[in-house]
Design a protein around this ligand. Structure first.
Ligand code: 5GP
Ligand code: MN
Length: 337
């Protein structure tokens, strides 16, 4: 965000606004944490602000301060349409293309509100009056911290905001271990703890609330894990039947893709999850080092994301999707060595 952008932001926020804040579809910890943190900050500054998620989010996020004020477009459609109609300013967080909001895409396309994007994914679109995009950032939550910092308002970061921001930085960095975790990330985290984020409580609320059936499903994922050692690749499949057998709920498969990446020598890990309701196979890609899963997913599976973490989808069957994936790998043999 350059000086001109910062001036635009200051000007936009200098009078009381009707603001809507939107994360991507299937929001994760960073999406929910960043939108709620910004919501608290803007409300405290006297704006009317609401977070609208395109759809439902996992149970393990349903304690974050302000979470009970979130409106879901999928179930509260009329209310959300009216909020969007009244909005004169829309923040889009943790995504950079309207298509990432699923069914909300057309509404955003025709909105006359001004947009501010805060995001750390690759290849941002150009819809916003202010695009604060930084692909080197650990998380959108860290960017919201810097956004508040640029507005010289860090003293406004209270316990609620600190808690929301801590959640997203923690979840998007794999608990501060991915390459995007810098010394600045740790400085931000230190400041958030000083401002009231209870780190032990937050870790427990996010990671230690498994049910027995979630752990059993993890067992199925482990059993289904396959290794393609020629390509330093590991993949997992989960069929709709396997999900149904374990009382699957949104969020239950979060992090399972990382199991493959924990194997010694593996550089590329994938999970294919059947979703009969949507008629797709949802795919998560993770890598270590130079291999770009953003490019891989963009080229073959209608997706994208970050260099080392991306998502995509396929409309083939589960088996056909895996077959397609395996047939593509030889053309990446060099990069995967
Ligand atoms: P996950 O595998 O955890 O769903 O997503 C990994 C990363 O890729 C996240 O930053 C997420 O926002 C992004 N991502 C997931 N699915 C898609 C997709 O279908 N398209 C794009 N462009 N990004 C995605
Ligand atoms: Mn993120």
């Amino acid at each position: 965000m350059n000086t001109a952008d910062l001036d635009t932001v200051r000007k936009l926020l200098s009078t009381s606004k009707n603001i809507v804040i939107i994360p991507h579809k299937n929001p994760d910890g960073d999406a929910i944490g960043s939108t709620l943190a910004l919501h608290h900050y803007l409300s405290n500054k006297g704006h009317q602000s609401t977070v609208i998620t395109p759809n439902e989010y996992p149970q393990f996020l349903k304690w974050i301060p302000g979470e009970n004020t979130i409106k879901k477009y999928s179930t509260d459609t009329e209310k959300c349409i009216s909020l969007l109609d009244q909005a004169d300013l829309i923040f889009t967080l943790d995504f950079n293309h309207f298509s990432r909001t699923g069914d909300m895409e057309a509404l955003l396309e025709k909105s006359t509100a001004q947009f501010i994007m805060i995001d750390h994914h690759q290849q941002p679109d150009t819809y916003a009056a202010v695009t604060y995009s930084d692909t080197g950032m650990s998380s959108t939550c860290q960017m919201v911290y810097h956004f508040i910092e640029k507005l010289k308002d860090t003293d406004q970061i209270n316990q609620a905001i600190a808690t929301c921001l801590y959640v997203g930085i923690m979840t998007d960095t794999g608990s501060f271990r991915f390459r995007s975790t810098t010394s600045t990330t740790h400085q931000v985290i230190a400041d958030l703890i000083d401002r009231g984020a209870d780190n032990t409580m937050i870790h427990e609320k996010i990671y230690d609330t498994n049910t027995y059936s979630q752990l059993q499903l993890r067992g199925v994922a482990l059993k289904n894990l396959k290794i393609l050692s020629d390509y330093k690749t590991a993949y997992i499949t989960l069929s709709q039947q396997e999900l149904d057998d374990h009382n699957f709920k949104k969020g239950d498969t979060e992090g399972l893709v990382n199991i493959g990446l924990s194997l010694e020598g593996i550089k590329f890990a994938v999970i294919f999850i059947e979703n009969k309701g949507e008629g797709i196979i949802k795919i998560s890609f993770r890598s270590k080092g130079d291999f770009s899963v953003n490019n891989f997913s963009r080229s073959h599976f209608e997706g994208g994301g970050h260099h080392n973490a991306a998502g995509g989808k396929s409309e083939l069957s589960l088996q056909q999707t895996v077959d397609k994936f395996i047939s593509i790998l030889p053309s990446y043999q060099k990069e995967l060595q």
